[in-house]
Design a protein around this ligand. Structure first.
Ligand code: FES
Length: 109
């Protein structure tokens, strides 16, 4: 069943940065872009680096720390080949908690 999981308190992810968090049985990279939170699969599909450790630019594009593949944090689009996407997750803020939906967007309910 899909549910929202609290990953961090507001303020724990500074603007312009990201972090890696456990959501259910997977790791999700959560980014703060201008105060708005976005979540994508943490696992780079190339060789498995942690995208939460990557650098995000002002356009919301994160660069994989290992071999510099690029992904859009808003929907997981692989910018080097936009026909392909990695999973992206809905994020909400409830009170002072950042919560990520356990089921990726477009998969399940
Ligand atoms: S592991 Fe991400 S680009 Fe190679």
């Amino acid at each position: 069943m899909s549910e929202f999981v609290t990953v961090a308190k507001v303020g724990a992810i500074p603007e312009g940065t990201g972090g890696t968090f456990q959501v259910g049985d997977r790791l999700v990279a959560v980014f703060n872009r201008d105060g708005q939170y976005y979540a994508i699969d943490d696992l780079c599909p190339h060789m498995g680096a942690s995208l939460g450790a990557g650098c995000m630019d002002g356009e919301g594009i994160v660069t994989c720390p290992w071999h510099a593949w690029h992904f859009a944090v808003k929907d997981g689009t692989w910018c080097d080949n936009p026909r392909i996407k990695i999973d992206a997750f809905e994020v909400r803020v409830v009170g002072d908690e950042i919560q990520v939906k356990s089921t990726p967007m477009g998969k399940g309910e």
